[in-house]
Design a protein around this ligand. Sequence first.
Ligand code: GSH
Length: 202
Amino acid sequence: MLRLYGSAKSRAIRVLWMLSELGIPCEHKDWLPRSPETRTAEFYALNPNYRVPVIDDDGFVLTESMAINLYLAKKHRSPLYPSDPQQEALAWQWSIWEIDRLDRQIVNYCRHTRDLPEGERKPEVAEAAWKEVVASFDVLERALTKSAWLAGPAFSVADLNVAAALYRALTLDLSKWPHLKAWFYRCWERPAAKKTRAMREQ
Ligand SMILES: N[C@@H](CCC(=O)N[C@@H](CS)C(=O)NCC(=O)O)C(=O)O
């Protein structure tokens, strides 16, 4: 059976959402980032970066949330994985783009405005991060003005990967980006997304 390492309170939420879309059971190692379980020699053997999520698919070990979701959707011949090569490439493009342009930026913004204890927050980090988040939201707004979904005519792994990575944006005011906002809530209204969100917020 597929084993997933990583709590819903981590980037593993992306993989949990995908597994729920695919209806695949998994043995869930519900471990928090930096927890003692992720600091063992056994975990190092799985991921020498000491990070979650990691999957072990009958001996095939894979790290990186975006790669894991692309792999799972493709392996299980899901309609979420575009069959058209150009739409497939767009799914890779948006997944890689998110990691580069938004992944840490949105975390840094939220950490330094509300998640960290007040004394540890650095306004200059929040400000720099927000500038990058705004630029990336503008990019998404532009793309979603032209098309309802990121990679083809329907919801796909591209939408899941980007929307899931933007979990923290559920508490942000997105009204400056109406197409992004509508797309984002369409994604998070999916039953699999709601189920996964509940795992994180329980
Ligand atoms: N690019 C990686 C990032 C993984 C990552 O940074 N995971 C965090 C939790 S969300 C972690 O395990 N951090 C542990 C640490 O900082 O030592 C992915 O998308 O899977």
